[in-house]
Write a protein that binds this ligand. Structure first.
Ligand SMILES: Nc1ncnc2c1ncn2[C@@H]1O[C@H](COP(=O)(O)OP(=O)(O)OP(=O)(O)O)[C@@H](O)[C@H]1O
Ligand SMILES: [Mg+2]
Length: 114
């Protein structure tokens, strides 16, 4: 199992959600977060206006998938839907995941995901 975290522009929330729904992922978690990348939050154009702050509001997605094939599909869906080509488009990180359980049934591992 693999966990994918993606931090994207706030205004890309709906686009990324739609792209993940389109490939039929089985669950997503979304967070409102603050962050900075290599420009240390310097200046960025947010909804058309230039903002100069050290931490910028971003949206973080967490998705857990069962295979590397799914990992690739999710990464592509997020990159395609979150891309503008300007600084601040965000980052994608992935991790090996140890454990999952569907609380209702007690199913664990892959069974908990599918
Ligand atoms: N190394 C990192 N560790 C943790 N979070 C990060 C890291 N880099 C970026 N982020 C998160 O991703 C958000 C967007 O980062 P951003 O797209 O500005 O990265 P970047 O490396 O500066 O790329 P770019 O040059 O395209 O702006 C940040 O606000 C932060 O929340
Ligand atoms: Mg940046």
């Amino acid at each position: 199992m693999i966990k994918i975290e993606a931090i994207v522009r706030e205004e890309k929330l709906e686009d990324v959600k739609a792209a993940l729904n389109a490939i039929e992922v089985n669950g997503i978690t979304v967070f409102q977060v603050m962050g900075c990348g290599s420009q240390k939050g310097y200046t960025e154009v947010i909804r058309g206006s230039k903002v100069d702050v050290s931490l910028l509001p971003k949206v973080k997605f967490e998705i857990v998938v069962s295979s590397e094939e799914w990992e690739k599909k999710v990464i592509k869906a997020i990159q395609d839907s979150a891309f503008t080509g300007k600084i601040g488009d965000g980052k994608i990180f992935t991790y090996d995941l140890r454990f999952a359980m569907r609380i209702r049934t007690g199913e664990t591992g892959y069974d908990a995901l599918n």
